[in-house]
Design a protein around this ligand. Sequence first.
Ligand code: NAD
Length: 330
Amino acid sequence: MEIIFYSTKRYDKECFNLLNEKYHHKLRFVEDRLTPETVDLIKQEFVVCAFVNDVLDQTVLSLLAQRGVKLIALRCAGFDNVDLNAAKQYNIKVIRVGSYSPNSVAEHALCLMLALNRKVYTSYNRVKSGNFSIDGLLGFDFSGKTIGIIGTGKIGSILSQTTQAMGMRVIAYDPIKNPECEKLGVEYVDIDTVFSQSDVISLHCPLNSNTKHLINSSALEKMKDSVMLINTSRGAVIDTCAVVEALKTNKIGYLGLDVYENEQGMFFEDLSCQTIQDDVFTSLLSFSNVLITSHQGFFTENALENIANTTLMNIQKFENGIDLSNDELY
Ligand code: NAD
């Protein structure tokens, strides 16, 4: 099939081109993000392959329908950027890669926890500049602490397992309990108990109308002083302005973010020669106990290969009218 890929980088092209040797689809890559202004880049492709920050709202979907697009293949797991009702209205099928490597994201969440606690980024810079002092780098043992996991699906359950192996007490909130986690001994509690009893809180739920700004000022008030908050899910699960206030009062002692609610147009881009115009984001950068990565949780060799393979295989199934089972959203 003819497929246009939006928001592509060198690594996307390399990986998809390599795996396409067995599928023989016709691929065209553009660097632009999909927005109402970039829909015109579509020539005769029936399939649009999109990523996390592409816009797939009512306006874009109506424009895609006018151009004859039949399938949107998300090369990611989250689908909060797609108006599924509009897709249905325009009869455009939407698929995603439901599971490619939950380990990649769980390991990244753990990486943020460990780096924040031991201030690895500070010691790296100190040693580089010949400063071998360890003053100010005091950490704590995770063993014996409580981690609260919000969302115990594929990623949250792996983090439950790893943190439990580190000697942590794992409590969790999820409207649907995961039997694997129950078997591990994860204690399911209500969300307020996660807020009040956790030393570390890690977010692994999808972004939807129930979870938007789940971490707001009232949730923050219930948390322990100096709590560590980790978000590798979607930026808007956190009310960032409330979090900035909580950093100022030391309610939050450590903040690790791989996602940010206004990351569109910023994350994945090299803006090092420009002034960042987002005041909330620059305010986050001013805290020494905040560690931000640019939505790289998914970014491992294994994950890229699985994403490309599943996406191309699903497009082939779509072409042949075969059921797409778990990866079909509509
Ligand atoms: P999943 O569907 O396997 O698990 C999500 C879990 O969240 C489910 O168990 C669900 O019941 C639970 N949930 C739903 N609503 C909830 C709520 N209100 N409160 C608590 N839990 C709730 O998904 P996953 O593969 O584990 O991925 C989780 C999220 O991680 C994705 O939705 C995506 O946004 C994000 N993600 C980020 C990256 C990255 O690169 N940073 C990569 C992949 C996924």
